[in-house]
Ligand binder design. Structure first.
Ligand code: ZN
Ligand code: ZN
Length: 398
């Protein structure tokens, strides 16, 4: 059962149908990172057509921000954010609207996120029955470029006076018309590392004259697993994965190399744990390498922070989803995932919440067989409109 709100008076079928066409157009021309000329042009063209009050492009290169003022006077300013970028991979769906660009694909559904936010902009521009204002953020470079952070660095939160931020991502495996959310940490921090282990090369027949970095590296890899199993609380998830190993020469198997290199990623769900794990990592790597006569050079590459939903705003988001989709279709205790998301930078600066939108029984995110499910569009748009209505109309307090 769903309910009507002042902003969701009429059927959304028509705008959802239009959004499906926009989504499929965006899907055919995927673009990467900060370089999204076609996508940003389509977004800007639509926002202009809808008559948004302010449209600013070129934020974080391809980012676009639109402002829609309500007609009920002053109030708070909430931001609805979507991501627009695709992935550098080859699509294998054979769909009619499949990517026309080699080795680029919308495999994370950001095409759908963009289309839903455009549809929301269209509805809100036509019916501004709310107080305060809505800021729509179309963000580049979620996939590895920290586009959200760059938009923040370019002043997007202050410039538009944003009080609260909300995000939405599709979720394969979650039914169409369903939502899932949780309070607190929702997605992990994802840091990466490359370690060079410098020993002393030499003849493999006389190992005592060398400092073997291969043996040192092997010990480091094993010792790193002790971080998750011995140093941290089992109820506080930590993943340490060594995914890269390079050294020596298969054409010179009687030579101990002078150096080897290992790399990988570390996932954590709490900011304090993240800092503690980094410190343990540095100690374990340096001390283990040293005990085998080698020196470790650590290149620590910080990734996205933990995505943390503000408890009050997560409740507000769940309330909007419940109103839009019915209580039976909203899971408010969805388990956290070890993936990471750059909306975390915005949640770091402003209270807000990120919600999962059901993508049905589709292939997984980042799979070459994945496609955003157009049947989800109407539900996503209804959620956005209900959220605006509740945050900028009837909701008192919080
Ligand atoms: Zn992704
Ligand atoms: Zn994504």
């Amino acid at each position: 059962m769903t309910f009507d709100t002042p902003l969701v008076r009429s059927s959304l079928d028509e705008v959802a149908d239009e959004a499906k066409d926009w989504r499929r157009t965006i899907h055919q021309y995927p673009e990467l990172l900060f370089d999204l000329p076609k996508t940003a042009a389509l977004v800007t063209e639509k926002l202009t057509e809808f008559g948004c009050d302010e449209i600013v492009g070129g934020i974080a290169k391809s980012g676009v921000v639109a402002v829609i003022n309500g007609t009920k006077g002053r109030g708070r300013t909430i931001a609805l954010r979507c991501d627009m970028d695709a992935l550098p991979m080859a699509e294998q769906t054979n769909l009619q609207h499949a990517s026309k660009v080699e080795n680029m694909m919308h495999a994370c559904g950001h095409d759908g996120h963009t289309a839903m936010l455009l549809a929301t902009a269209k509805q809100l521009s036509a019916n501004r029955d709310f107080a305060g204002k809505v800021v729509l953020i179309f963000q580049p470079a979620e996939e590895g470029g920290a586009g959200a952070r760059v938009m923040i660095e370019e002043g997007v939160l202050e410039r538009f006076g944003i009080d609260e931020v909300y995000g939405m991502h599709n979720q394969p495996g979650l039914d169409i018309g369903s939502f899932a959310i949780r309070s607190g940490p929702m997605m992990a921090a994802g840091d990466r590392f490359v370690v060079t282990i410098n020993g002393k090369g030499g003849h493999a027949a006389y190992p005592h004259l060398s400092h073997d970095p291969v043996l040192a590296g092997a010990q480091v890899i094993v010792a790193l697993q002790a971080i998750a199993s011995r140093f941290t609380n089992p109820f506080d998830p930590v993943v340490v994965s060594v995914t890269y190993l390079e050294g020596g020469n298969p054409g010179a198997l009687n030579v101990i190399p002078a150096a080897i290199r290992i790399g990988g990623t570390i996932r954590t769900m709490q900011t304090a744990t993240r800092e503690m794990v980094e410190q343990h990592f540095r100690e374990v790597v340096a001390n283990t390498a040293r005990s085998f006569g080698s020196q470790a050079e650590i290149d620590w590459r910080p990734g996205y922070p933990v995505t943390v939903n503000d408890p009050v705003k997560a409740r507000a988001a769940a309330k909007a989803a419940t109103f839009a989709a019915g209580a039976d279709n909203v899971d408010t205790d969805w388990p956290p995932t070890m993936g990471s998301e750059d909306f975390s930078y915005m949640l770091d600066k402003r209270p807000g919440a990120m919600i999962w939108l059901g993508n049905g029984n589709s292939a997984d995110l980042h799979s070459p067989a994945y496609d955003f499910n157009d049947d989800a569009i109407v539900h996503g748009v209804r959620y956005w409109l209900t959220l605006v209505d509740q945050r900028l109309n009837d909701s008192a307090g919080e």
